[in-house]
Design a protein around this ligand. Structure first.
Ligand code: ASP
Length: 584
């Protein structure tokens, strides 16, 4: 028996008990005649004591030589501490050691195993196994475990069956590049790693599984923007014989369950917002509604004066910053510089101060009188003491810019409290999205998403206007889930592939299996997938997903611990019938 107790559980009630503990040496303090050692395991820290009077000379020496992170086992008696530490759960006691076994020595770790470590991100990733010994990472992984267990509990109780789907598949078009795996047995042929189990879960519905879920790895070979991982985890779900309303209720239920069980937070019924309204009011399809600052469109009240910047703009739109009139001229100038940064890309910003005496002072007073500015205040909901910030330009661009400003100001004003949870559904996304690069429409969600009833005809005349039975679940300004009601008949699916520019042959080659399945009685079905990494991070009150992944990749998609990706040897290449043609 390696241990009778763990390092987090001994209390005053254990005094006078003989115990065996095992763990790592967190630190030791050597006073010459007495040595204290903090012994750590997953459960906590227990203080060990060795002293001249009660410890043999040999063991005293051994204790003095213990290095940080040595793995040891001790036997001893639980005694009352002379000076108790109320900040430690085990702070009332210590172990008077009678036997010490060194199970394994350790090199000095390259960074301190403390909550506040001196190790930088890259170093911690290289030695992730040491990083995991630290409380913040360890607790994040335990937190993730709690979330996934609750997901499984809830969905199982609701009748969902967890089914595994293959990783070695054919491409699933979710808008990213595939990772591919060469097949040794099928020369010149490749598997793709799933961007999601989308087609398989639909086939499970054709197979009569009715309610499916899976906590599953997905792989997307994208350029990694901050905080994206090339492999990530979804809670993937699908249901048959349902309407959109059933899906929304089912997964609102799951989300509410998680918030309650994991965070102890009860939330009201989730608000629902049309995609068009989200874009109009927040310039964003994943609005953070923990705070207001909704957009006010000012075209009607700000155009047709003599201010050409506004007159020539497709959209003039503003937000009211609560208490923003207290900003100094310098602070406002800084804000203007902020929106002009290339990452935001605005050409400038017009502002209007709402003074306490009910008057207004704008940066464009030459063109607008007090009555005009009062209308701006009305449209943006500004009150005395606020500041109105106005941007103008092409609709999509200016919305994105003002959305960035809104989030930045909210952050500065402390309105994005990670302990407040504001979920909402965003619904009726466009079916298609124009891609500037390829000058073609792409499926905004994926090509299996059904158009709104009666809108399929519009595909011919105004494809951009067609709305889909697609919805996203948004939490605190992050998309945590998304899905759709699927097409379930062969004709509509063929039509969709056709609009997306697939020839019938291409569609058959890539998705013949799905079209075939649709000929054998496919039930109406739909579903959604949650991004588990992000969901866990948000529930855990953090923004970065990396802390919640045991072995994450860095921004270049590298695992710096195992040093992957890496070249393979010639023999392996030959076996796979591959020849390299490197660009550099
Ligand atoms: N497969 C989709 C995705 O990964 C989710 C869904 O439509 O259920 O975004």
């Amino acid at each position: 028996m390696y241990r009778s107790h763990n390092c987090g559980e001994l209390r005053a009630s254990h005094i006078n008990t003989e115990v065996t503990l095992a763990g790592w040496v967190q630190k030791s303090r050597d006073k010459g005649f007495i040595v204290w050692v903090d012994l750590r395991d997953r459960y906590g820290i227990t203080q060990l004591v060795f002293d001249e009077e009660r410890t043999s000379k040999d063991m005293m020496k051994q204790a003095q030589d213990l290095g940080r992170e040595f793995v040891i086992q001790v036997k001893g008696n639980v005694i009352e501490r002379a000076s108790k530490n109320p900040n430690m759960p085990t702070g009332d006691i210590e172990i008077l050691v009678s036997e010490l076994n060194i199970l394994n020595e350790a090199q000095l770790p390259p960074f301190t195993i403390e909550d506040d470590t001196d190790g930088g991100e890259e170093l911690r990733m290289k030695y992730r196994y040491l990083d995991i010994r630290r409380n913040p990472v360890k607790n994040s992984l335990i937190f993730r475990h709690k979330v996934t267990q609750e997901v499984r509990n809830y969905l199982s109780k609701e009748g969902f069956i967890e089914v595994e789907t293959p990783y070695l598949i054919k491409s699933t078009p979710e808008g990213a590049r595939d990772f591919v795996v060469p097949s040794r047995m099928n020369e010149g042929q490749f598997y793709a790693l799933p961007q999601s189990p989308q087609t398989f879960k639909q086939l499970l519905m054709v197979g009569g599984m009715d309610k499916y879920f899976q906590i599953v790895k997905c792989f997307r070979d994208e350029d990694l923007r901050a905080d994206r991982q090339p492999e990530f985890t979804q809670i993937d779900c699908e249901m048959a014989f349902i309407e959109q309303e059933d899906i929304l209720n089912a997964f609102e239920g799951l989300t509410r369950h998680l918030l309650k069980e994991v965070n102890g937070v009860e939330v009201e019924k989730f608000p629902r917002m049309l995609y068009d309204d989200a874009m109009r009011l927040y310039g964003n399809d994943k609005p953070d509604i923990r705070f207001g600052m909704e957009f006010g469109e000012l075209n009607a009240v700000a155009q047709h004066k003599d201010f050409n910047v506004f007159n020539s703009a497709e959209l003039v739109v503003g937000i009211s910053v609560p208490g923003g009139n207290s900003y100094t001229r310098k602070e406002i100038d800084k804000l203007i510089d902020w929106v002009k940064r290339p990452q935001v890309g605005a050409l400038g910003m017009v502002y209007c101060r709402c003074n306490d005496d009910g008057t207004y002072k704008s940066s464009v007073d030459k063109f607008y009188d007090q009555d005009d500015l009062a209308k701006w205040a009305e449209v943006t909901g500004a009150k005395s003491g606020d500041l109105i910030c106005v941007l103008s330009g092409a609709t999509n661009k200016v919305r994105a810019q003002l959305s960035a400003l809104r989030m930045e100001l909210a952050e500065r004003l402390g309105l994005r409290d990670p302990k407040t949870f504001a979920p909402l559904w965003v619904m009726d996304f466009p079916l298609l999205e124009w891609d500037e690069d390829t000058e073609r429409y792409h499926a905004m969600h994926h090509p299996f998403t059904s158009p709104k009833p009666g809108q399929i005809e519009l595909l011919k005349t105004d494809p951009g206007a067609v709305k889909a039975n697609a919805y996203d679940l948004v939490l605190n300004g992050n998309e945590i889930g998304g899905g759709s009601i699927r097409i379930h008949d062969k004709e509509t699916q063929a039509l969709m592939f056709d609009y997306l520019g697939f020839t019938p042959e291409e569609a058959k080659a890539q998705f013949g299996f799905l079209m075939d399945a649709f000929q054998y009685g496919a039930p109406p079905h739909g579903g959604l997938a949650f991004g588990l990494d992000r969901l866990v991070a948000i529930l855990g009150g953090q923004e970065t997903i990396r802390d919640f992944i045991a072995f994450p990749k860095n921004n270049n998609g590298r695992d710096v611990m195992i040093d992957a990706p890496a070249p393979i040897d010639q023999e392996q290449l030959t076996e796979l019938s591959l020849k390299l043609n490197l660009k550099s």
